[in-house]
Design a protein around this ligand. Structure first.
Ligand code: GDP
Length: 529
């Protein structure tokens, strides 16, 4: 009889990851190709639809459409050579939402996509910082080498300098732009060649004995070959050699060059994730970290998404399973608030494996329909025995005062703001003095989404006006110090949706100033639940 694998064994063959990038670097294209190579071809079209929808971002309908599609593509599962990949989608629009940040709390590793002509851009960098905060290891994919880009060395140095990481080149482009003649694999000494008019990679691989292999003279033009030999030699000598532990500690990033569009490097990337990226491991929790081999089912909610149909207030809570074997119908208890919930109709994302369709393992994501009971940051477990930590709220970068068009709708507004803040669309702050509620977001698009949804779903007309504040910080420290600070700064104090104190500042400069003056009080740009 075949041996029945244990949940821990099954989860060791799982790779749960996300792609981080700046808009236009090629995340959508790469996602499509990863799914294609992983055999989940039917999903590729959906990803494309989402990419197209994203471009018309001023139009509310399009936002809704995108939101709808992103429910089904929130988690994309594919398999290859016995490894199951869970690719978690991070919202693709130009503005950040907390969703994007929080999705990174649910992954074990990330792929950072960089445009070869642009290098590290602002949003890549912000997302990278979130990964660093949580020690999420990163594989780098330098995309679009089929176009004219920057010098390889410049890009490698930029990654090393800006992100303070060791870089280990794993492949090397053979020419770029008009001179692009393929990719050389520095580890397995393989040459990947373009074919046909499209100059795409269609599987033509030549095994060589090394860069000095005379075969190469017949395959690559003399000028390009001379350049690649020289560059790759310098590259190998001048940068770190790949070290699995350093990568998994977040100290080193292996760098793969490629072209998602022409399908170069995608294969190597999947192999790299399978070979080197960490499987699910123990996650920080109170009273102690939870490892995947614990019997009890535990997980946490990292994202809550409203139903597309505004007449139904259902929400889908996305839970990352941390330990145990989840079975359909199981009862789980949200830690801290509540009764057990029977999960009868979980949305599972790996239905292609028939025999496992009713089960999920550590590293998998389960969508749980509910009516607003479950919130981002909630821990769910069989025995309510643990609470996962490290699911931060991020200090908003844009603050606005919400002004009702019809002042009798205060109650509806409060309900709407509480709901939307639970979903992570906005953060809401209730000032200690005065009655004008303040909302905070990390990206402009969230403001459009807020107004449209207030109107469409809650029938509340509102305007957003400039707030006299520019940014916010959660405060902490000894109770006496915090109290004294709050009393002296009442005009700038507010409570967040959980009643925790927040200092609203007129500028980043002011935060620096008060932090110096009240050195015993801590000013925090993130808050953990
Ligand atoms: P996203 O915003 O990061 O999701 O980027 P997309 O995948 O939508 O790509 C942005 C643009 O770059 C599109 O026009 C793509 O066709 C193009 N693109 C993506 N990957 C490549 C590539 O490897 N080479 C070239 N030349 N263009 C690419």
């Amino acid at each position: 009889m075949p041996e029945h694998p244990t949940p821990a064994k099954i989860s060791s063959g799982r790779r749960t990851f996300a792609i981080i990038s700046h808009p236009d670097a090629g995340k959508t294209t790469l996602t499509e190709k990863l799914l294609l190579f992983g055999g989940a071809i039917h999903l590729a079209g959906e990803v494309k639809a989402r990419g197209a929808a994203r471009r018309a971002r001023s139009d509310w309908m399009k936002i809704e459409q995108q939101r709808g599609i992103s429910v089904t593509s929130s988690v994309m599962t594919f398999e290859r050579d016995g490894v199951t990949f869970n690719l978690l989608d991070t919202p693709g629009h130009e503005d950040f939402s907390e969703d994007t940040y929080r999705t990174l709390t649910a992954v074990d590793s990330a792929v950072m996509v960089i445009d070869a002509a642009k290098g590290i851009e602002s949003q890549t960098r912000k997302l990278f910082e979130v990964c660093r905060l949580r020690n999420v290891p990163i594989i780098t994919f330098v995309n679009k080498v089929d176009r004219e880009g920057r010098e390889m060395f410049e890009i490698l140095d930029e990654i090393a300098d800006l992100l303070a990481l060791d870089v280990a080149p794993m492949t090397w482009p053979v020419g770029m732009g008009g001179q692009f003649e393929g990719i050389y694999d520095l580890v397995d000494h393989r040459l990947l060649l373009p074919e046909g008019d499209s100059r795409e990679f269609q599987g033509k691989v030549v095994q060589t004995s090394g860069l000095d292999d005379p075969q190469l003279d017949t395959l690559i033009s003399a000028q390009t070959l001379a350049k690649v030999r020289e560059e790759a030699e310098l590259g190998l000598a001048g940068y770190a050699t790949f070290d699995g532990d350093a990568y998994r500690n977040g100290d080193l990033t292996p760098v793969y060059f490629g072209s998602a569009l022409k399908e170069f490097g995608v294969d190597s990337l999947i192999d790299a994730i399978a070979r080197h990226a960490p499987p699910p491991h123990a996650l920080p929790a109170e009273p102690a970290p939870v490892a995947p081999d614990r019997d009890e089912v535990t997980g946490f909610v990292f994202k809550v998404q409203a139903n597309m149909d505004p007449n139904h207030r259902d929400r889908i809570a996305f839970m990352r399973l941390v330990s145990g074997t989840f079975k359909r119908g199981m009862k789980l208890t949200p830690t801290g608030h509540g009764k057990p919930i029977a999960i009868h109709s979980p949305i599972m994302f790996f239905a292609q494996q028939r025999e496992l369709a009713d089960e999920a393992f550590p590293g998998d994501i389960i969508g749980i329909p509910n009516h607003g009971t479950l919130r981002v940051g909630d821990t769910l477990s069989e025995k309510a025995s643990v609470r996962f930590t490290g699911l931060p709220n991020f200090a908003p970068e844009i603050l606005r005062r919400v002004v009702l068009k019809d002042p009798t709708k205060t109650k509806q507004l409060r309900k709407a703001l509480d709901d939307l803040s639970e979903e992570g669309v906005i953060q809401v702050f209730y000032p200690d003095i005065g009655s004008n509620w303040i909302i905070g977001v990390v990206g402009q698009l969230q403001l459009d989404v807020l107004l449209s949804r207030l109107d469409a779903e809650y029938k509340v007309g509102a305007n957003l006006e400039p707030a006299p504040f520019d940014t916010a910080r959660w405060i902490g420290g000894e109770a006496g110090d915090v109290k004294e600070f709050m009393e002296l700064n009442r005009g700038a104090m507010a409570k967040d949706r959980d009643g925790d104190p927040v200092f609203l500042a007129k500028s980043a400069w002011e935060i620096g100033y008060v932090a110096e003056r009240y050195s015993k009080v801590k000013f925090m740009a993130t808050r953990e639940r």
